[in-house]
Design a protein around this ligand. Structure first.
Ligand code: PMP
Length: 441
Protein backbone atom coordinates (compact mmCIF):
# COMPACT_ATOMS: atom_id res chain seq x y z
CA UNK A 1 0.00 0.00 0.00
CA UNK A 2 1.36 3.45 -0.86
CA UNK A 3 1.54 6.23 1.69
CA UNK A 4 -1.17 8.03 -0.30
CA UNK A 5 -3.63 5.12 -0.17
CA UNK A 6 -2.77 4.51 3.43
CA UNK A 7 -3.99 7.93 4.53
CA UNK A 8 -6.67 8.28 1.83
CA UNK A 9 -5.53 11.72 0.71
CA UNK A 10 -3.58 13.58 -1.88
CA UNK A 11 0.01 13.99 -0.79
CA UNK A 12 1.78 17.32 -0.97
CA UNK A 13 5.49 17.53 -1.40
CA UNK A 14 7.63 19.25 1.16
CA UNK A 15 11.19 19.38 -0.04
CA UNK A 16 11.77 15.95 -1.50
CA UNK A 17 9.44 14.17 0.96
CA UNK A 18 5.74 13.49 0.64
CA UNK A 19 3.65 14.83 3.51
CA UNK A 20 0.34 12.99 3.67
CA UNK A 21 -0.78 15.07 6.64
CA UNK A 22 -0.35 18.45 5.05
CA UNK A 23 -4.01 19.47 5.41
CA UNK A 24 -4.32 18.25 9.01
CA UNK A 25 -1.77 20.42 10.76
CA UNK A 26 -2.92 23.10 13.15
CA UNK A 27 -2.74 26.60 11.71
CA UNK A 28 0.16 27.37 14.07
CA UNK A 29 2.31 24.72 12.37
CA UNK A 30 2.36 26.79 9.18
CA UNK A 31 4.63 29.20 11.06
CA UNK A 32 7.13 26.39 11.66
CA UNK A 33 9.34 26.37 8.61
CA UNK A 34 12.83 25.02 8.16
CA UNK A 35 15.23 27.45 6.62
CA UNK A 36 16.21 26.78 3.04
CA UNK A 37 19.79 27.52 4.08
CA UNK A 38 19.86 24.43 6.33
CA UNK A 39 21.16 22.22 3.54
CA UNK A 40 24.03 24.61 2.98
CA UNK A 41 24.93 24.47 6.63
CA UNK A 42 25.25 20.72 6.46
CA UNK A 43 28.10 21.43 4.03
CA UNK A 44 29.35 24.27 6.19
CA UNK A 45 29.95 21.94 9.11
CA UNK A 46 32.70 20.15 7.18
CA UNK A 47 36.11 20.72 8.78
CA UNK A 48 37.55 22.56 5.76
CA UNK A 49 34.87 25.25 6.09
CA UNK A 50 35.52 28.06 8.58
CA UNK A 51 32.14 28.53 10.19
CA UNK A 52 31.46 32.05 11.38
CA UNK A 53 27.83 30.95 11.44
CA UNK A 54 27.18 28.85 14.55
CA UNK A 55 26.55 30.19 18.02
CA UNK A 56 28.09 27.20 19.76
CA UNK A 57 29.90 27.95 23.02
CA UNK A 58 33.48 26.68 23.20
CA UNK A 59 32.81 23.96 25.78
CA UNK A 60 36.25 22.47 25.23
CA UNK A 61 37.51 25.24 27.51
CA UNK A 62 35.81 23.51 30.44
CA UNK A 63 37.79 21.08 32.60
CA UNK A 64 35.93 18.07 31.25
CA UNK A 65 37.55 15.62 33.71
CA UNK A 66 36.08 17.63 36.54
CA UNK A 67 32.61 17.54 34.91
CA UNK A 68 32.96 13.76 34.51
CA UNK A 69 33.86 13.27 38.17
CA UNK A 70 31.09 15.55 39.28
CA UNK A 71 28.46 13.65 37.29
CA UNK A 72 29.75 10.27 38.47
CA UNK A 73 29.79 11.44 42.08
CA UNK A 74 26.26 12.75 41.68
CA UNK A 75 24.92 9.37 40.59
CA UNK A 76 26.79 7.53 43.30
CA UNK A 77 25.83 9.83 46.13
CA UNK A 78 22.45 11.19 45.12
CA UNK A 79 21.26 8.79 42.42
CA UNK A 80 17.77 8.17 43.84
CA UNK A 81 17.05 11.94 43.78
CA UNK A 82 18.93 12.77 40.58
CA UNK A 83 17.18 10.01 38.64
CA UNK A 84 13.71 10.76 39.99
CA UNK A 85 11.05 13.24 38.74
CA UNK A 86 11.47 16.70 40.16
CA UNK A 87 9.13 19.62 40.80
CA UNK A 88 7.62 21.69 37.98
CA UNK A 89 9.32 24.81 39.30
CA UNK A 90 12.77 23.28 39.52
CA UNK A 91 15.16 22.19 42.27
CA UNK A 92 14.87 24.61 45.22
CA UNK A 93 18.58 24.65 45.97
CA UNK A 94 19.47 25.39 42.33
CA UNK A 95 16.94 28.22 42.35
CA UNK A 96 18.77 29.73 45.35
CA UNK A 97 22.05 29.44 43.49
CA UNK A 98 20.50 31.08 40.41
CA UNK A 99 19.60 34.06 42.59
CA UNK A 100 23.26 34.32 43.57
CA UNK A 101 24.27 34.33 39.89
CA UNK A 102 21.72 37.05 39.08
CA UNK A 103 23.03 39.18 41.95
CA UNK A 104 26.11 39.80 39.78
CA UNK A 105 23.81 41.89 37.55
CA UNK A 106 22.21 43.80 40.40
CA UNK A 107 19.12 41.60 40.68
CA UNK A 108 17.73 40.97 44.17
CA UNK A 109 15.21 38.14 43.94
CA UNK A 110 13.89 35.19 45.92
CA UNK A 111 14.19 31.59 44.77
CA UNK A 112 10.39 31.36 44.91
CA UNK A 113 10.12 33.58 41.82
CA UNK A 114 12.48 31.49 39.70
CA UNK A 115 11.31 28.72 37.36
CA UNK A 116 14.01 26.41 35.99
CA UNK A 117 13.52 25.66 32.30
CA UNK A 118 15.07 23.58 29.53
CA UNK A 119 17.46 26.31 28.45
CA UNK A 120 16.17 29.86 28.19
CA UNK A 121 14.67 28.73 24.88
CA UNK A 122 11.97 26.87 26.79
CA UNK A 123 11.36 29.89 28.99
CA UNK A 124 10.74 31.85 25.78
CA UNK A 125 8.35 29.18 24.60
CA UNK A 126 6.42 29.15 27.89
CA UNK A 127 6.18 32.93 28.09
CA UNK A 128 4.87 33.06 24.54
CA UNK A 129 2.46 30.21 25.24
CA UNK A 130 0.90 31.95 28.23
CA UNK A 131 0.68 35.41 26.67
CA UNK A 132 0.09 35.10 22.95
CA UNK A 133 -3.13 34.57 21.07
CA UNK A 134 -2.84 34.46 17.28
CA UNK A 135 -2.35 37.96 15.90
CA UNK A 136 -1.15 39.50 19.18
CA UNK A 137 1.77 41.85 18.77
CA UNK A 138 5.23 41.24 20.21
CA UNK A 139 7.74 44.07 19.94
CA UNK A 140 11.33 43.01 19.29
CA UNK A 141 14.51 44.69 18.24
CA UNK A 142 15.24 44.56 14.53
CA UNK A 143 17.25 42.34 14.12
CA UNK A 144 16.33 39.84 16.86
CA UNK A 145 17.29 36.35 18.02
CA UNK A 146 16.27 33.81 15.40
CA UNK A 147 15.12 31.25 18.00
CA UNK A 148 12.74 33.79 19.56
CA UNK A 149 11.32 34.74 16.17
CA UNK A 150 10.73 31.05 15.48
CA UNK A 151 8.84 30.70 18.78
CA UNK A 152 6.77 33.81 18.13
CA UNK A 153 5.91 32.52 14.65
CA UNK A 154 4.93 29.13 16.10
CA UNK A 155 2.35 30.83 18.33
CA UNK A 156 1.20 33.08 15.47
CA UNK A 157 2.32 36.31 17.07
CA UNK A 158 2.81 39.36 14.89
CA UNK A 159 6.32 40.69 15.45
CA UNK A 160 6.81 44.43 15.09
CA UNK A 161 10.46 45.40 15.01
CA UNK A 162 11.90 48.37 16.89
CA UNK A 163 14.87 50.13 15.36
CA UNK A 164 18.21 49.68 17.07
CA UNK A 165 21.55 51.42 16.69
CA UNK A 166 24.96 50.79 18.22
CA UNK A 167 23.56 51.77 21.65
CA UNK A 168 20.64 49.34 21.53
CA UNK A 169 16.92 50.04 21.10
CA UNK A 170 16.19 53.62 20.04
CA UNK A 171 13.76 54.84 22.74
CA UNK A 172 12.00 57.33 20.44
CA UNK A 173 11.34 54.56 17.96
CA UNK A 174 9.95 52.37 20.75
CA UNK A 175 7.64 55.13 22.00
CA UNK A 176 6.41 56.00 18.50
CA UNK A 177 5.73 52.38 17.58
CA UNK A 178 3.82 51.74 20.81
CA UNK A 179 1.77 54.88 20.27
CA UNK A 180 0.99 54.04 16.64
CA UNK A 181 -0.14 50.54 17.58
CA UNK A 182 -2.13 51.54 20.65
CA UNK A 183 -4.12 54.28 18.89
CA UNK A 184 -5.39 51.64 16.48
CA UNK A 185 -6.43 49.43 19.43
CA UNK A 186 -3.73 46.83 18.77
CA UNK A 187 -2.87 44.60 21.73
CA UNK A 188 0.85 44.62 22.46
CA UNK A 189 1.65 41.68 24.72
CA UNK A 190 5.28 42.32 25.49
CA UNK A 191 8.58 43.80 24.40
CA UNK A 192 11.18 41.09 23.83
CA UNK A 193 14.67 42.53 24.21
CA UNK A 194 18.27 41.33 24.46
CA UNK A 195 19.79 44.44 26.00
CA UNK A 196 23.29 43.09 26.62
CA UNK A 197 25.68 41.75 23.92
CA UNK A 198 22.81 41.31 21.51
CA UNK A 199 22.35 38.26 19.32
CA UNK A 200 22.79 38.93 16.42
CA UNK A 201 23.43 42.70 16.70
CA UNK A 202 26.55 42.59 18.87
CA UNK A 203 25.47 45.84 20.57
CA UNK A 204 24.54 46.75 24.15
CA UNK A 205 21.79 49.07 25.35
CA UNK A 206 23.42 51.97 27.16
CA UNK A 207 22.55 52.82 30.76
CA UNK A 208 20.44 55.90 29.98
CA UNK A 209 18.41 54.02 27.42
CA UNK A 210 17.77 51.18 29.87
CA UNK A 211 15.94 53.60 32.13
CA UNK A 212 14.09 55.17 29.19
CA UNK A 213 12.95 51.78 27.90
CA UNK A 214 11.74 50.83 31.39
CA UNK A 215 9.86 54.14 31.69
CA UNK A 216 8.26 53.93 28.25
CA UNK A 217 7.04 50.38 28.82
CA UNK A 218 5.84 51.15 32.33
CA UNK A 219 3.79 54.14 31.10
CA UNK A 220 2.31 52.11 28.24
CA UNK A 221 1.57 49.08 30.46
CA UNK A 222 3.81 46.78 28.43
CA UNK A 223 5.60 43.84 29.98
CA UNK A 224 9.30 43.50 29.16
CA UNK A 225 10.85 40.10 28.49
CA UNK A 226 14.59 40.57 29.06
CA UNK A 227 16.61 37.76 27.49
CA UNK A 228 20.11 37.80 28.93
CA UNK A 229 22.19 34.71 28.18
CA UNK A 230 25.39 36.68 27.49
CA UNK A 231 25.27 39.22 30.36
CA UNK A 232 28.24 37.75 32.25
CA UNK A 233 30.36 37.49 29.11
CA UNK A 234 31.45 41.11 28.89
CA UNK A 235 35.03 41.82 27.85
CA UNK A 236 35.64 44.97 29.90
CA UNK A 237 34.81 45.76 33.49
CA UNK A 238 31.93 44.66 35.67
CA UNK A 239 28.68 43.09 34.43
CA UNK A 240 25.99 45.61 33.47
CA UNK A 241 22.92 46.12 35.59
CA UNK A 242 20.00 44.12 34.20
CA UNK A 243 16.71 45.83 33.36
CA UNK A 244 15.11 43.53 35.93
CA UNK A 245 17.35 45.00 38.63
CA UNK A 246 15.37 48.24 38.40
CA UNK A 247 11.89 46.87 37.90
CA UNK A 248 10.64 43.68 39.50
CA UNK A 249 6.96 43.98 38.49
CA UNK A 250 7.25 44.82 34.82
CA UNK A 251 10.10 42.55 33.68
CA UNK A 252 10.38 38.82 33.13
CA UNK A 253 14.07 37.97 33.09
CA UNK A 254 15.42 34.95 31.20
CA UNK A 255 18.80 33.49 32.06
CA UNK A 256 20.83 30.46 31.03
CA UNK A 257 23.84 28.35 31.95
CA UNK A 258 24.39 27.55 28.26
CA UNK A 259 27.11 30.14 27.75
CA UNK A 260 28.62 30.36 31.22
CA UNK A 261 28.80 26.58 31.70
CA UNK A 262 27.54 24.35 28.87
CA UNK A 263 24.42 24.18 26.69
CA UNK A 264 24.33 20.37 26.94
CA UNK A 265 22.89 20.59 30.45
CA UNK A 266 19.95 22.52 28.97
CA UNK A 267 19.47 24.50 32.17
CA UNK A 268 18.02 27.99 31.93
CA UNK A 269 15.46 29.91 33.94
CA UNK A 270 12.81 32.58 34.10
CA UNK A 271 12.50 35.07 36.95
CA UNK A 272 8.97 36.45 36.93
CA UNK A 273 6.48 38.42 39.02
CA UNK A 274 4.42 36.03 41.22
CA UNK A 275 1.31 35.70 39.07
CA UNK A 276 3.29 35.08 35.88
CA UNK A 277 5.52 32.66 37.78
CA UNK A 278 2.45 30.60 38.75
CA UNK A 279 1.34 30.37 35.11
CA UNK A 280 4.86 29.47 34.02
CA UNK A 281 5.01 26.56 36.48
CA UNK A 282 1.66 25.23 35.20
CA UNK A 283 2.79 25.64 31.59
CA UNK A 284 6.07 23.91 32.44
CA UNK A 285 4.24 20.95 33.99
CA UNK A 286 1.97 20.60 31.00
CA UNK A 287 4.97 20.72 28.66
CA UNK A 288 7.44 18.35 30.35
CA UNK A 289 6.08 17.49 33.86
CA UNK A 290 9.42 18.52 35.31
CA UNK A 291 12.86 19.47 34.09
CA UNK A 292 15.59 16.82 34.31
CA UNK A 293 16.53 16.44 37.99
CA UNK A 294 19.81 14.99 36.83
CA UNK A 295 21.11 18.02 34.97
CA UNK A 296 19.71 20.45 37.51
CA UNK A 297 21.57 18.70 40.32
CA UNK A 298 24.70 18.49 38.19
CA UNK A 299 24.64 22.25 37.61
CA UNK A 300 23.89 22.81 41.30
CA UNK A 301 26.82 20.61 42.26
CA UNK A 302 29.07 22.47 39.83
CA UNK A 303 28.11 25.83 41.30
CA UNK A 304 28.56 24.56 44.87
CA UNK A 305 31.95 22.92 44.43
CA UNK A 306 33.75 24.56 41.51
CA UNK A 307 35.25 28.03 40.97
CA UNK A 308 32.50 29.04 38.51
CA UNK A 309 33.33 32.74 38.56
CA UNK A 310 36.88 31.88 37.49
CA UNK A 311 35.52 29.68 34.72
CA UNK A 312 33.41 32.57 33.43
CA UNK A 313 36.56 34.71 33.47
CA UNK A 314 38.32 32.05 31.38
CA UNK A 315 35.46 32.10 28.88
CA UNK A 316 35.49 35.90 28.74
CA UNK A 317 39.20 36.01 28.01
CA UNK A 318 38.90 33.34 25.36
CA UNK A 319 36.00 35.08 23.62
CA UNK A 320 37.68 38.48 23.89
CA UNK A 321 40.72 37.14 22.05
CA UNK A 322 38.44 35.76 19.32
CA UNK A 323 36.45 39.00 19.12
CA UNK A 324 39.74 40.88 18.66
CA UNK A 325 40.83 38.45 15.95
CA UNK A 326 37.58 38.97 14.08
CA UNK A 327 37.53 42.76 14.38
CA UNK A 328 41.22 43.09 13.43
CA UNK A 329 40.74 40.84 10.40
CA UNK A 330 37.63 42.73 9.27
CA UNK A 331 39.52 46.02 9.60
CA UNK A 332 42.50 44.71 7.65
CA UNK A 333 40.73 42.75 4.93
CA UNK A 334 37.18 43.89 4.18
CA UNK A 335 36.65 46.02 1.08
CA UNK A 336 35.46 49.62 1.58
CA UNK A 337 31.72 49.97 2.15
CA UNK A 338 31.38 46.96 4.47
CA UNK A 339 30.57 48.02 8.04
CA UNK A 340 30.18 46.08 11.29
CA UNK A 341 29.38 46.42 14.98
CA UNK A 342 32.04 46.22 17.69
CA UNK A 343 30.73 44.02 20.47
CA UNK A 344 31.87 44.55 24.06
CA UNK A 345 30.85 41.00 24.95
CA UNK A 346 28.92 37.95 23.77
CA UNK A 347 29.46 35.97 20.59
CA UNK A 348 28.44 38.04 17.55
CA UNK A 349 29.32 40.78 15.09
CA UNK A 350 26.63 42.14 12.78
CA UNK A 351 28.00 43.22 9.41
CA UNK A 352 26.39 45.27 6.65
CA UNK A 353 27.31 44.86 2.98
CA UNK A 354 27.49 47.69 0.47
CA UNK A 355 24.37 48.68 -1.49
CA UNK A 356 23.35 46.19 -4.18
CA UNK A 357 24.68 43.06 -2.43
CA UNK A 358 22.50 40.33 -0.94
CA UNK A 359 23.91 38.21 1.87
CA UNK A 360 21.71 35.16 1.29
CA UNK A 361 22.65 35.07 -2.38
CA UNK A 362 26.28 35.39 -1.35
CA UNK A 363 26.19 32.40 1.00
CA UNK A 364 26.52 29.55 -1.56
CA UNK A 365 29.58 31.29 -3.02
CA UNK A 366 31.04 31.78 0.42
CA UNK A 367 30.50 28.12 1.29
CA UNK A 368 32.16 27.15 -2.01
CA UNK A 369 35.12 29.26 -0.81
CA UNK A 370 34.96 27.40 2.55
CA UNK A 371 33.56 30.07 4.83
CA UNK A 372 30.06 30.36 6.30
CA UNK A 373 27.99 33.06 8.01
CA UNK A 374 24.28 33.49 8.72
CA UNK A 375 22.43 35.80 6.29
CA UNK A 376 20.60 38.71 7.93
CA UNK A 377 17.04 38.00 6.79
CA UNK A 378 16.61 35.19 9.34
CA UNK A 379 16.81 37.76 12.12
CA UNK A 380 13.83 39.80 10.95
CA UNK A 381 10.23 38.80 10.49
CA UNK A 382 9.52 41.45 7.86
CA UNK A 383 11.96 40.70 5.06
CA UNK A 384 14.63 43.20 6.17
CA UNK A 385 18.27 42.29 6.58
CA UNK A 386 19.18 41.28 3.03
CA UNK A 387 22.39 43.33 3.18
CA UNK A 388 23.33 42.06 6.63
CA UNK A 389 25.04 39.00 8.01
CA UNK A 390 25.88 37.60 11.44
CA UNK A 391 29.49 36.63 12.04
CA UNK A 392 30.18 34.66 15.20
CA UNK A 393 33.55 34.46 16.88
CA UNK A 394 32.75 32.04 19.71
CA UNK A 395 33.86 28.75 18.22
CA UNK A 396 36.78 28.93 15.74
CA UNK A 397 40.34 29.54 16.90
CA UNK A 398 41.71 33.05 16.19
CA UNK A 399 43.83 31.96 13.20
CA UNK A 400 40.81 30.19 11.67
CA UNK A 401 38.76 33.34 12.20
CA UNK A 402 41.37 35.38 10.29
CA UNK A 403 41.40 32.82 7.49
CA UNK A 404 37.60 32.84 7.37
CA UNK A 405 37.51 36.62 7.03
CA UNK A 406 40.16 36.48 4.29
CA UNK A 407 37.97 34.07 2.31
CA UNK A 408 34.81 36.07 2.95
CA UNK A 409 36.47 39.33 1.93
CA UNK A 410 37.50 37.67 -1.35
CA UNK A 411 33.90 36.61 -2.05
CA UNK A 412 32.58 40.09 -1.28
CA UNK A 413 35.20 41.72 -3.52
CA UNK A 414 34.20 39.41 -6.35
CA UNK A 415 30.55 40.27 -5.78
CA UNK A 416 31.35 43.97 -5.83
CA UNK A 417 33.10 43.57 -9.18
CA UNK A 418 29.95 41.88 -10.51
CA UNK A 419 27.83 44.69 -9.17
CA UNK A 420 30.06 47.30 -10.76
CA UNK A 421 30.03 45.48 -14.10
CA UNK A 422 26.35 44.52 -14.27
CA UNK A 423 24.78 47.10 -11.99
CA UNK A 424 23.83 44.63 -9.26
CA UNK A 425 25.30 41.68 -7.40
CA UNK A 426 23.51 38.36 -7.08
CA UNK A 427 19.72 38.81 -6.95
CA UNK A 428 17.99 39.08 -3.56
CA UNK A 429 16.21 35.92 -2.46
CA UNK A 430 14.25 36.62 0.74
CA UNK A 431 11.51 34.10 1.51
CA UNK A 432 10.37 34.78 5.11
CA UNK A 433 11.37 33.90 8.67
CA UNK A 434 14.09 31.26 8.86
CA UNK A 435 14.61 28.81 11.67
CA UNK A 436 18.13 27.62 11.00
CA UNK A 437 18.16 25.20 13.96
CA UNK A 438 20.10 24.88 17.19
CA UNK A 439 23.57 24.73 15.67
CA UNK A 440 23.09 28.27 14.36
CA UNK A 441 21.11 29.76 17.25
N1 PMP B 1 18.30 33.74 23.77
C1 PMP B 1 19.33 34.13 23.02
C2 PMP B 1 19.50 35.56 22.72
C3 PMP B 1 20.24 33.18 22.53
O1 PMP B 1 21.27 33.59 21.78
C4 PMP B 1 20.03 31.81 22.83
C5 PMP B 1 20.95 30.72 22.29
N2 PMP B 1 21.78 31.01 21.31
C6 PMP B 1 18.96 31.46 23.62
C7 PMP B 1 18.10 32.45 24.08
C8 PMP B 1 18.66 30.04 24.01
O2 PMP B 1 19.68 29.49 24.75
P1 PMP B 1 19.51 28.23 25.70
O3 PMP B 1 18.17 27.62 25.42
O4 PMP B 1 20.62 27.33 25.35
O5 PMP B 1 19.58 28.77 27.09
Amino acid sequence: MTEEQDHGRTPATQGSRIDAYVDRYAARATGMVASEIRALFAVASRPEVVSLAGGMPYVTALPLDMVGELVSDLVTRRGPVALQYGSGQGDPHLREQICEVMRLEGIEAGADDVVVTVGSQQALDLITRIFIDPGDVVLAEGPSYVGALGTFAAYQARVVHIAMDDQGIIPESLAQTIHALQVTGTRIKFLYTIPTYHNPGGVTMNVARRQQVLDICHRAGILIVEDNPYGLLGFDGEPLRALRADNSDGVVYLGSFSKTLAPGFRVGWALAPHAIRDKLVLAMESAVLSHSSFTQLAVGQYLATQPWREQIKTFRELYRERRDALLDALEALMPPGVTWTKPAGGFFVWATLPEGLDSKALLPRAVAERVAFVPGTGFFSDGSGSRQMRLSFCYPQPDRIREGVRRLAGVIEQELRLRDTFGTGTAPTHTGVDTPGPDLA
